[in-house]
Design a protein around this ligand. Structure first.
Ligand code: ATP
Length: 268
């Protein structure tokens, strides 16, 4: 079957403390957390259970992190699979894997079932690299599993993609993945907050101006900002320092830039 990663309860949990720059979508996210904490109570109040939630944004903007944080806040299990794991040459294999995945998740509900690289599974048929029949069957199985949800199953499906236009329209119809949470590149304020998240637990010199760093990193994703802070740590270690200074951070930016240029050069 498909590789299904399970991050159980009680381990080092990811929470909203670990993710920054998501203020615009906090309300929507909080609702999902409330649902997962107590699906029955939520449904007794007459609220609709969240069907599928689509997380849309460029690579490294925190889609996986957000799904994990929602599971962490609600203290429920987090299952994860990649859409590409359902791309199979043989008709019926992808569908069987989808069935298997939902079966496992239902046993541990309430929980989050996260599907990364969702366009791998749900590509518009004309874009698909798989045989057409296989793609159709896999998508249909996914829709069957989602439609078949007893309102009390409490499996919230979150799917991530950076190419929403490539998704099969059957997936985005009402009642399916009809909620979309956009995770764009962080703005200046968001970058300041993300840098601060990744400064946590590191020894920093006093008075570092994160706004200055944020201004120098326009267009960067959360993953890239994390890399900046980690690289700054290494720069500090290399010069034998005990704390990371603002100069180390800017040196890190330069090193990363050089590396990119090097990679581009050697790549031909
Ligand atoms: P991909 O599309 O490549 O799977 P993604 O959008 O799922 O990327 P993540 O894997 O969640 O991105 O991000 C990678 C890492 O970057 C996270 O584990 C986290 O450390 C950091 N990161 C990304 N976005 C944020 C954010 N908004 N706040 C804090 N850290 C972030």
């Amino acid at each position: 079957g498909a590789h299904l990663e399970l991050i159980g309860k009680g381990k080092a949990r990811t929470t909203f403390n670990d993710i920054a720059g998501i203020d615009q979508v906090k309300g929507e996210i909080q609702e999902v957390v409330e649902f997962l904490r107590n699906p029955r109570r939520f449904l007794n109040l007459g609220a609709r259970s969240p069907a599928g939630i689509l997380l849309v944004g460029p690579p490294g903007t925190g889609k996986t992190l957000l799904a994990k944080a929602i599971a962490g806040e609600a203290n429920v299990p987090f299952f994860s699979a990649a859409g590409t794991e359902f791309m199979e040459v043989f008709v019926g294999v992808g569908a069987a894997r989808v069935r298997d995945m939902f079966q496992k998740a239902r046993k541990r509900a309430p929980c989050i079932l996260f599907i990364d690289e969702f366009d791998g599974i749900g590509q518009q048929r004309s874009y698909s690299a798989m045989g057409n029949d296989e793609s159709v069957q896999t998508i249909n199985q996914l829709l069957t599993e989602m439609d078949g949800f007893d309102d009390n199953t409490g499996v919230v499906v979150m799917a991530a993609t950076n190419r929403p236009a490539a998704l099969d329209s059957a997936l985005t119809r009402p009642g399916r993945f009809d909620r979309v949470i956009h995770l764009p590149l962080p703005n200046l304020e968001g970058r300041v907050e993300i840098l601060q998240v990744h400064a946590r637990g590191k020894k920093l010199a006093e008075g570092i101006d994160f706004k200055r760093v944020a201004r120098a990193t326009a267009g960067s994703t959360g993953a890239e900002l994390m890399n900046v802070m980690n690289t700054a740590g290494m720069v500090a270690v290399r010069r034998g320092a005990k704390v990371i200074t603002e100069d180390d951070i800017f040196q890190a930016l330069e090193n990363i830039q050089q590396e990119k240029l090097g990679a581009a050069g050697s790549g031909g």
